[in-house]
Design a protein around this ligand. Sequence first.
Ligand code: ZN
Ligand code: ZN
Ligand code: ZN
Length: 426
Amino acid sequence: MTERIPCRSADCRVTILPRTAEKTGGYCMPCVQNRERLEREEFIRRNRRDVNLYEGITDPVEILKIMCERRVPDPLIRYTAYEKTAEELYASLSGADAERMQAYAAELISEDELDITEDILLSLVCFRGIHVHDCLPALIGKGRYYPGILFRQAPSAIRDFLLDQVEKDAENRNFLLLALAWVGDEAVAVRFNQWRETPPVWAGELYVPPHRYSLEAGWVLNGEGSRSDLFYKECRTFEKGTPSGVEPAALFGETGEICRGCGNKLTVLFDLDLKHPSLRFLDMEGERLKIATCLSCTCYDFLFTDIDGKGGSGWSRYNPVPAVSPVQEEGGPPDAGERPALRFSGKERGTYYAAVWTQEPAVASQVGGHPTWIQDAAYPDCPGCSAKMTFLAQFSWEDADDYGEGITYAFVCKDCQVAATHFQQT
Ligand SMILES: [Zn+2]
Ligand SMILES: [Zn+2]
Ligand SMILES: [Zn+2]
């Protein structure tokens, strides 16, 4: 057996073969690698320089172009972050600058930079609230029919093309149906209604009937076969910070009632002052709307509460009582009573500002507007009248806590005075 010798590092107990010692000057391989790593880090520390790509640039379009450039990571360069986020820049673009940005996206399509294009177009649609129809022909030319929201209210020529394509393009049918749902005009409603009455031959290949794709764009066919929206156009938002005093939209109030599913206390997720100017758009009868829920049980299913316009909210007879009490999953929502550091700003923003989850709006919590689905759209059926319930508000757990995850959504049926909540996460 060859004799092993100890590594020369003072605090290392590894022994090595003489052959290794000859090569490394008496050190074990981990010690050699560790020294090399430290030397590399020291080299980077001494030679790294700060690079500010935004220096002297004031044009927001030029700044956004730099932000979305692809850059090969270089350990010797530390890029200075711009003082504003892309979201803030997009939200404040003038109409002319938004058009310049769309023109830039069009250039990128011809260069096949479709992922960057997608990010720019989604930012324009969500944060700036504009249509990006000028880019649609080029996207279609590349066989790219998503994300559907880019097609919102697209002109009739594009709609007719999609209606034709969806019949013959099996590979892209899912995307084409989503795009059509977002076009969402009368002709689409007519076609969806025809499919509802007589399902097309290809309907069996889909997970949901084709007319149900409308839900992803926030609408449903009513009894007459035309479009009914399931959300409010107006949208009012929250902001980070501790609430001070009474707010027109308060979060996480207490209620004495106990969840009959699990025995935990119910939480008033939203407490809304219906007479407040910033919330009158909800057009709900009464003065005060409270939506209570069990933060645990709503992770598993829709949870219904009976509401009134006087601040009452209680366990609804429509909830099935589970046979086995559910157990709160680890990583699920925190306990009720921990008030989130989020307050209602009452600021208005575009209907679709937070509609695309992957655009990561700084604050997703809102009253009104289009919901931010993390998974598939999930509007509950009202247990009273079986109609789809309207989206009213959402609370994003990420807004209030760095480790928070997921969104809790609230819905109402005004006719039946029933509210529902639902939770989604990745
Ligand atoms: Zn060693
Ligand atoms: Zn419960
Ligand atoms: Zn109802």
